[in-house]
Ligand binder design. Structure first.
Ligand code: UDP
Length: 270
């Protein structure tokens, strides 16, 4: 059946003008919240996401503490104003699912054994949503965890690929996600290549799955550079402040030279 909205034009350009293998623009800023141990703000196309991290701190409630390792607990939340139809506030099945898969993905890189009985608490607030918010939230949360100084093997980075209008596409936009045939969010640990999140909504043939997976992983490596750049900028600012020399000490009174008396010039005719 022909979709009502044409998702690709005759030149295989997408509704927002992107090529089939092109990412939406991504911007990340680390250390945006003063009260959290670590934080990050991310814009990814029309998605706007804040991530805040606390810990490792004593896990509560106490019966959930693990005597052998830290817990990594994430809460993903979409603001009521993040989508065009107001989203009912509070947790729903979708946000519980996303919180779980994101917690597990981030948990893979944390040196949890070093912090028994503690919890690393990760909060993801989606302020504006336009498809791919779990990937955006996870990517922002990894930067916030590094900003908090949580000991980690590497960052985690996430991107989706999928299929719409019979064509494989990277990083689905809103209409492509809603009207398309498949969505495949992926997250990896870039240094080792481990896949720490893999979900699929819809149908792909085995060949399409392989191609989509490769395309999402390649994109993850590009996004990894943006994450690292955000962290470098954050530390560069801190280092700049540390390098600023202290202001010179005020001279002692006896060292102060008496100023030359100012003799007013006599004006002609006086
Ligand atoms: N969405 C929405 N209302 C909701 C949940 C989702 O409008 O209650 C939109 C939102 O733009 C989201 C998109 O549908 O990004 C796709 O949601 P999905 O469950 O596929 O997760 P995501 O792609 O955001 O990870």
């Amino acid at each position: 059946m022909e979709p009502e909205v044409k998702l690709l034009d005759e030149n295989k350009r997408r509704l927002d003008g992107r090529a089939v293998d092109e990412l939406r623009p991504i911007k990340i800023e680390a250390g945006v919240l003063n009260r959290a141990d670590g934080s990050a703000y991310l814009e990814w196309g029309g998605n706007k996401v804040l991530a805040a991290v606390y810990g490792p701190r004593e896990a509560h409630p106490r019966h959930r503490q693990d005597p052998a390792r830290a817990l990594v607990q994430c809460r993903y939340n979409m603001a009521a104003f993040s989508v065009s139809d107001r989203k009912r506030p509070g947790p729903d099945r979708r946000s519980v699912e996303i919180s779980k898969v994101v917690s597990e993905a981030l948990g893979h890189v944390v040196f949890k054994e070093q912090f028994p009985r503690t919890s690393v608490d990760v909060f993801i607030e989606v302020l504006q949503a336009e498809a791919g918010t779990r990937c955006a939230g996870l990517t922002a949360a990894a930067v916030a965890m590094a900003d908090a100084g949580i000991p980690m093997r590497d960052l985690v980075v996430s991107c989706a690929a999928g299929k719409a209008d019979g064509t494989l596409l990277l990083d689905l936009g809103k209409e492509e996600d809603n009207l398309g045939e498949a969505d495949l969010p992926v997250a990896i640990v870039p240094r080792t290549g481990e896949i720490v999140l893999l979900q699929m909504d819809g149908h792909l043939t085995p060949e399409e799955l392989e191609k989509s997976l490769k395309s999402a992983i390649d994109a993850c490596h590009k996004i990894y550079e943006i994450q690292k750049d955000a962290l470098r900028r954050r530390y560069a600012v801190t280092a700049e402040h540390e390098d600023t020399p202290p202001p010179p000490e005020a001279p002692k009174p006896e060292e102060v030279e008496a100023p030359e008396p100012v003799v007013p010039e006599t004006q002609e005719g006086e």
